[in-house]
Design a protein around this ligand. Structure first.
Ligand code: DC
Length: 220
């Protein structure tokens, strides 16, 4: 079974997807990490984000591996490095390139072969897994998402003003939603979940209940 969770930055997708995968015993796929590793490798190679040809070459040659919570690129643990503001910015630029997306899509489908997975991103239910049995689209208002991101960054020793974070999140939303290839949007058959006033466990409970109902429906 494939469960997709899409939504904007800070909507609680990562926590929900990880928690849901653990409860169901499914594998978890963080597709944003693939775009982030591409961005990180561009930065390391001195490739400008607007050099599409070079970014595509890097995306196609990516040697990325997940091991639990850790992300490896060419055998090196880059889990922390791919979360910096600089990599975050570059990731949202290279994610606009159709050929970068195609390289990422291929990896995501390979990851799913013969597996039960919970996959998380922007286009999982719309483009990468249009036939997924269970699709969710998580939303939350921008201020709430910014304060979640602030807490997350503080836990990593980074500090940034809330209003600045809100502007960054809104800018990134716009870029993700306005791009011509695979824009951020809910699949027609996705279940929309508003997470602003729910805690992480409540979101996971809700998703788990829905998936288990579908599993029962599908088996009968
Ligand atoms: O979810 P995230 O913040 O780790 O994603 C990093 C960037 O990658 C973000 O700008 C959106 C982009 N992305 C995408 O375009 N498609 C995906 N399936 C996942 C992420």
């Amino acid at each position: 079974m494939i469960v997709t969770i899409d939504g904007p930055a800070g909507s609680g997708k990562s926590t929900a997807a990880k928690g849901l995968a653990a409860r169901l015993g499914f594998r978890f796929l963080d597709t944003g990490a693939l775009y982030r590793v591409t961005a990180y490798e561009c930065l390391r190679a001195g490739v400008e984000a607007n050099d599409e040809t070079a970014a595509v070459r890097i995306a196609e040659a990516l040697d990325v591996r997940f091991d639990g919570d850790r992300v490896y690129s060419a055998g090196i643990d880059v889990t922390t490095e791919i979360r910096t503001p600089e990599v975050t910015e570059i990731a949202s630029v290279v994610a606009r390139y159709a050929d970068v997306r195609q390289a990422m899509d291929r990896r995501q489908r390979e990851f799913a072969v013969g597996q039960n997975i919970v996959t998380e991103g922007r286009d999982q239910g719309t483009v990468v897994f249009p036939d997924a049995q269970c699709k969710f689209f998580l939303v939350a208002d921008a201020e709430e998402r910014a304060s979640r991101r602030k807490l997350e960054m503080e836990s990593q020793g980074q500090s940034i003003a809330l209003d600045e974070l809100t502007v960054q999140i809104e800018d990134r939303d716009r870029r993700d939603a306005d791009r011509s290839v695979a824009p951020l949007k809910a699949a027609d058959d996705a279940i929309n979940v508003e997470t602003s006033r729910l805690n992480a466990d409540e979101v996971i409970d809700l998703l788990e209940r829905t998936v288990r109902e579908r599993l029962i429906d599908n088996s009968g």
